[in-house]
Design a protein around this ligand. Structure first.
Ligand code: TXA
Ligand code: MG
Length: 351
């Protein structure tokens, strides 16, 4: 199929692009669009056939449920039942924004969209293009990240074009996203709220609103070694992975730089193509042909925003060995590290 690509020049312009995209969605087709976190691959959440197409286009396992995107909070009453008070409080504080709530689903949400579960993931995104698309189409939009399953999520339209061109009806290019890693997922179906996937909204921010919370133990360790099965089905799959072998080095910055330089030298001498994920603070200290500045340590958002783009750039260059600095730090740093660890298959050394 030919994929239509439409660029939004002015994000506040409610132009014809949304009418065309809305028609496609209403007919059960697929439209990729930007959100503040990553690009999403959208289909009509209440149309089981559209959900089926999403799984097929991404090559995604069908037990991995989709997030339903809404444009006003009242939609919760239609999509969910037994909504706890905490949901309304979190929604008021963080929506529109990078937070997804897991709630009990109502009868109108098909099991094809929820991967067979009785619960549904709902998010009200904070991006003018996403909001216009949902509002103008009149459709609740089921949207996973718009990447081929297992690959880093897309942060610019070019990533979506690379992965899904020819497989979906339309791509709306709204420029680079603002956050760059996926939303924080909070499960509200149990005794206490539980964070299933870390993101820009940190545990401390959630605690401020709802009090005690749990943290899915599978998030920061390698599941298969520790025996934890993550409650968000998608978190159990290998994810965000570049084609090359990625290793993270943590420790005192000087030692990290020395160690990475040594490993690059050894691999290059053996004829391999290497890359380094550096920061604005360290990029001049490396000796390597392919150094990428992921962001600035003084502004974590630049790092989250640059992470997937950097991983994809190394893929384009056919880099065989990628060495990355570590980004643990405050709470948002933990969310970034969660993605980097998964991308590296938990391949991390301390120096
Ligand atoms: O920022 C985001 O959340 C982006 C943008 C496009 O909104 N979307 C996104 O979707 O990251 P996706 O499909 O890549 O990740 C959805 C995650 C998966 O890990 C999935 O297993 C989990 O949400 N999930 C969805 N519904 C769930 C449910 N009912 N119970 C538990 N986990 C659920
Ligand atoms: Mg995804």
């Amino acid at each position: 199929m030919d994929t239509i690509v439409k660029k939004i020049e002015d994000v506040n312009d409610e132009g014809a692009v949304y009418e065309q995209a809305g028609e496609i969605l209403k007919k059960g087709g697929l439209v990729a669009f930007p959100t503040e976190t990553v690009y999403g691959l959208g289909g009509d959440a209440l149309n089981p056939k559209a959900s089926g197409k999403i799984y097929a286009a991404k090559g995604r396992p069908s037990d991995n449920p989709l997030i339903v995107h809404i444009c006003d909070v009242d939609a919760l009453n239609e999509l969910c039942v037994d909504i706890p008070e905490s949901a309304w409080r979190l929604a008021e504080k963080f929506w529109p924004g990078p937070m997804t709530l897991i709630l009990k689903k109502s009868a109108i949400v098909p099991k094809e969209t929820t991967g067979g579960l009785d619960t549904v993931a709902v998010r009200l995104p904070n991006h003018p293009v996403a909001l216009s698309l949902i509002r103008k189409s009149g459709v609740y939009i089921a949207a996973p990240s718009a990447n081929t399953s297992g690959k880093p999520s897309p942060t610019i339209a070019e990533h979506v074009i690379h992965d899904l061109s020819g497989k979906i009806d339309m791509i709306i290019d709204g420029g680079e996203v603002g956050i760059g890693i996926e939303s924080t997922i909070i499960d509200l179906t149990g005794e206490e709220p539980v964070i299933l996937r870390p993101g820009y909204i940190t545990p401390a921010m959630v605690k401020d609103i709802v009090g005690e919370i749990g943290f899915d133990k599978a998030i920061l360790c390698e599941n298969k070694d520790k025996g934890f099965v993550p409650k968000a089905p998608g978190m159990k799959y290998k994810h965000y992975a570049p084609s090359g072998d990625l290793m993270i080095v943590e420790g005192n910055m000087e030692d990290v730089v020395d160690k990475i330089n040594l490993m690059v030298k050894n691999k290059c001498n053996a004829g391999a193509k290497c890359g380094v994920i550096a920061t604005a603070q360290t990029c001049d200290l490396y000796e390597c042909d392919n150094i990428r500045v992921v962001g600035d340590r003084n502004d974590e958002l630049t790092i989250s925003k640059g992470l997937y783009r950097t991983l994809r750039e190394f893929d384009e260059l056919d880099i065989q060995y990628i060495f990355a600095e570590s980004f643990s730090g405050d709470e948002f740093g933990t969310s970034i590290m969660n993605r980097l660890l998964k991308a590296a298959g938990y391949n991390i050394i301390s120096v």
